[in-house]
Each structure stands twice: as structure tokens, then as C-alpha cells.
Write a protein of this length. Sequence first.
Lengths: 192, 307
Amino acid sequence: MQLPSHITLAVPKQAGLRMAKKLLDKKDIERMITRMTHQIIEKNKGTRSLCLVGIQRGGVHLARRLSARMKEIEKKDVPVGTLDIALYRDDINVRKEQPVVRRTELHCTVDNKKVILVDDVLFTGRSIRAAMDAIMDFGRPAAIQLAVLVDRGHRELPVKADFVGKNIPTSLKETVKVQFEEEGNEDRVVLE
Amino acid sequence: MSLKAKDLTGIKELDVEDIELILETAAGFKDVLGRDIKKVPALRGKTAVNLFYEPSTRTRTSFELAAKRLSTDVVNFSVSTSSVVKGESLRDTALTIQALGADLIIVRHPCSGAPHFLARYLDASVINAGDGTDEHPTQALLDLLTMREKRGAIKGLEVAIVGDILHSRVAKSNIYALSKLGAGVRLIGPPTLVPPFMEEVGATIFSDMDAGLEGADIIMMLRIQMERQGKGFFPTKEEYFKNWGLTARRLMRARKNAVVMHPGPMNRGVEIASDVADGQRSAILEQVTNGLAVRMAVLYLLSGVKQ
């Protein structure tokens, strides 16, 4: 049914009209980050020449937390950079609106570093392709590894994460949202 | 996020939200300009055409570099060696360029309103790079970016624009932009070159430069257009400098942290003294860098609007 144009349907998200299911809470996320930190350190035999790069925006918070946990465990500072991939996306000619251009601040050269790319959710793999292209424009890293909090499947490119917080099988209609305290929410992962 | 219109014809047509979006995006692009590899693939496959009916080096070069840094192909259409000398109309020339596949057409034209006219007939995005005595929007945007970097918020700043306001499209675009963002605008210059109707847009007019500079945060000097000299707007260059030239002594009238700006090209010793132009307060070269970032932002944002 077509509504008259002056009537707009406000859908109150909180009212539960749209099913939002909490999958992981603060404690779960904390444990996952601890395990991922240990895995990264183990695989790289320490934190030497590591550089964490968070993809704007969700990946940035996660990268900072991984770095903080590394400091607790190894007593070493691991640099954290932020990477904006807006200018490297493959859908610019398809999208109606341009993605917002955010800051890229790597704080370290990537030459001969082991770059750990960090993102909150791994989905099609397209952001990761864009991020790798962006990193390559800054230099020639010794290796790039990928750490994600949630892998929700449905890859469209041959991309695989090295460190995964949790595999969550989803349908294409669903969205996975990772929320962090740094953005004013409590830590949680929800499925909508 | 995108701009509301497919074209950038003037600051007049933008709202505050659009201006903020351009400045935010430009700040992101400044970052790109500081890298070793200054090129990003954002607008790969797009084509931009510089269609300049008036001489220009810096604006044309700035647009050309901005486009290239975004991986856009750029064609410089030089009017003096083109079909225009054979009598082709502006509209036909532009339609031809569009038929060749241009996505973005950057126009400078001696007639006010030429870009607005083209915007109506073309599906491609039209960007005004200066039309007659009307507007030069990207110059005002880069000025805003510079002011923001130097002084934080634009709202509440006192900006003195000095010189040939009558013929200056830079001044006009800046007056629109500054009044939209809530800055105070003072216009200083010989009465022959400062039209009194400017008071209607909220500007204050001064013919005495010392009085006009009192407490100013930004001093924007305009180029004295030598080609218009001899029409009796002012007696001689020397006399102009004596009355409206920016010297170190005059600069003391403005605020301690006042910023000196000039859109270039400068006439040293006519509108601005050399030691001021090269001095610590001068942001003139930063304006040039910011121009590149702003033009990248405009090209990028306009490419997102689907026709």
C-alpha cells in the first residue's frame, strides 16, 4: 500500500519492531581480545616489528585494545595506526553517495613491518582488499595479517582472516553490529 | 555524504551543511597530500576537462593536479587554439566536450553566470573556476579552510577584505561564505572600488584602512588588477600603496595573531609590502596547498552525485 507523502513511518528501533539479538557481551568481547592478542604474539614470536592498523571506524577501537593488551602481556608498546579506505573502495561508481573521507594516521612506516590489519566485522572481503591497496601505497610491509572480531561469512573475494574472535554464521539479510564503549555504547555484538 | 547539487556554481548556492562537508573532506585530502605517494584511486576512470576562457596558471594547475591525484584523466582545453576562435558558441563547445565523455567540466569564463548557464544544459558536473566579476567558489573554500586551520572556528572572526572589491569574484565568494558561517566582514578600499550596496549583505565598509584593520583577525588582500588601471579608479600605484597597501606598521593595528592572506598573484609594493607577504603572519603559501585539497574534495564529492 502506498502511503500519502506527508505521512512518514517512524520505526522505533528500540521498540523491538526490528529484531535485534545480542550475541556477545562485554565479558565475551574481552575474552576474545585476550585470546586474539595471545595468538598474534604467538604467531609472530613476540611483538617485534609489529604494527597494528585499524580500519576506520570499528577497527580502530579494536586495534587500540589489542595494543593495550599486548602492553600488559609483553610490556612492549606496539604502534597503532588508523586507516581510511574510502578512497580505495571499489563501489564508488555504484554508490549514490560518496563515503566520508576520514583520517589516515599510520604513525609508523610500514616498510618491512608486519602489519596487522584490524577490522570489526569481516564480510565480503572488499574492505580488506581496499585496505591492502591503501597500505601498499605507504610502503612495502614484510607481511600483512588480518585480525577481525567477527567473521560473518559471505566472502566475495579470496580473503581469509589470520585471527578471528568469533565465527558467526549469518544470512545475507542480517547485519552484524559491533558496538564499543568508545562510541558511547556498551561493548556488545548484536545481530539485526 | 554528498553535495545537494550536481554542480558547484557558486557559494551562493551552497548551504552551511555543504560548506562544512567540503571543508571536512578537504581536511582528509590534506592528509593524502602529505604522503610519499600522493595519488589515490578514488576517481579512477573519470574524466575532467579544464575549459578556460581566461588566462590562468594557478587555478588551472591546481585543478589539474587535484584531478590527477584522484586518478582522474584531465584534458586542458585551451580556448585560443580551439574551435572557439572559429566562432563556436559556449554551449556547443561544452556539449562537444561532454559528448567526448567528460564527467566534470571546470569552467572559467569572462561572463558572469556562464557556469550556471552550462550547468542547465549539461549532465556532467560543472565547477565554476571564476566567472566574470561574480564568483570564484573554490578560492573562498580554500580561504575558509586556511582560516579554520589558523584560527579554529570561523564563526565570530572579524575578516577584513582589502582592495578592488568591485571587480573581485574572490571577494564576492568570500563575502557569501563568511556571512553564511557567521563571521564579520569588513570591506576596505578606495570608494571607487567598494560598491556601497555591499552593506546590504551585512558587510561594514571602510575607506580608511587603519580604522578598518583595528582588531581584525584575518586580513585578506586582493590583487589590484593592473589591466583595469588607467580607468581612473585610483590615481597611481604609489598612491594606492600609500593608502591601502598592507605594511608591517599597518598590520600592528590588527590583532596580534592576525593572519594575512592573498589569493595571488601578488603585486608586491602595490597592495602588499614584501616583508609582510613573506612574514610570519602570512598564510599565502598555505592557501595554495589548501587549494589543492579543497579542489580534490569538490571533485570527489561532485562525482558522487548521480545524474
